[in-house]
Design a protein around this ligand. Structure first.
Ligand SMILES: Nc1ncnc2c1ncn2[C@@H]1O[C@H](COP(=O)(O)OP(=O)(O)O)[C@@H](O)[C@H]1O
Ligand SMILES: [Mg+2]
Length: 249
């Protein structure tokens, strides 16, 4: 049996010593999956994936990437190990062209692989290819997220980790971002996704975890979780009450 792409066991992490925000959270992501982490605001979702990516100090537990222990790997080394993290904000350089954004991201690759890496993401995102000389700051919100994801993919990561890629986008761009993630998965990329937009995330996800107070409280098949009463209670705060857009009332 091959090792999971990501295996996080009993992770403890936080910003100050003795104040854990992530309190023993465990998840697994298998090859080719989209795994979603849901949870109320302040549950520690961002802290959790930042800790996985080496951006928040860990004080317990372990993180393995395709069987390799990356628990102590510093953030700037993660990309080389195969873990690409797309933060929620400030994930592109707005004053630089699309092409230069990609070149900076590709700089960790061996010189001979840079051009091929960039060509691959242009094949995946023709819109970016057409506008390669455009300053990234001139892109729409949805295209900016596309560029942020392209920057992560240019190094052909084993795992793509995203923090709320749909946050702050208008509905049209939200569906564009989720369609894009489905497409990327169809190209064989394994994805770990944190989202507030539970309905849209569960629609493209395979499995999901619900994080509450820094712990994984619930796990299930994405398509089943939406109707799960435990999730309704934990995540939505009260049983079954939702807005027409499917988000917590
Ligand atoms: N940079 C930081 N320094 C100190 N505490 C933080 C920092 N970022 C987040 N926190 C705290 O961690 C907790 C979880 O936040 P976060 O991980 O952003 O949750 P979520 O992404 O689920 O909304 C919150 O109590 C928040 O105040
Ligand atoms: Mg967050």
């Amino acid at each position: 049996m091959t090792a999971p792409v990501l295996e996080v066991k009993e992770l403890v992490a936080g910003y100050e010593p003795g104040v854990p925000i992530v309190r023993g959270a465990s998840i697994r992501v298998d090859q080719g999956e989209i795994v979603v982490v849901l949870g109320p605001n302040g549950a520690g979702k961002s802290s959790f994936i930042k800790a996985i990516a080496g951006l928040v100090p860990k004080s317990g537990g372990s993180v393995h990437l395709v069987g390799e222990d990356i628990t102590a790997v510093p953030a700037h080394e993660m990309v080389r190990r195969g873990l690409a993290f797309v933060p929620q904000t400030e994930n592109i350089f707005p004053l630089m062209s699309i092409e230069d954004n990609l070149k900076v991201a590709a700089a960790v690759l061996p010189k001979t692989e840079i051009a091929a890496g960039i060509r691959e993401v242009y094949d995946l995102f023709p819109d970016l290819s057409q506008r390669r000389r455009t300053a990234a700051g001139n892109l729409s919100g949805g295209q900016r997220q596309m560029l942020a994801v392209a920057r992560a993919l240019v190094v052909r990561p084993k795992l793509l980790v995203l923090d709320e890629p749909s946050a702050g986008l208008s509905p049209k761009f939200v569906s564009m971002v989720f369609d894009m993630l489905s497409d990327i998965r169809a190209h064989g990329v394994t994805i770990l996704l944190v989202e507030q937009n539970a309905r849209a995330a569960l629609a493209i996800g395979d499995r999901a975890y619900v994080l509450v107070e820094g712990q994984d409280r619930h796990e299930g098949i994405a398509s089943e979780l939406w109707n799960d009463p435990v999730v309704a209670e934990l995540y939505l705060g009260r049983r079954g009450k939702r807005n027409s857009d499917g988000n917590p009332a």
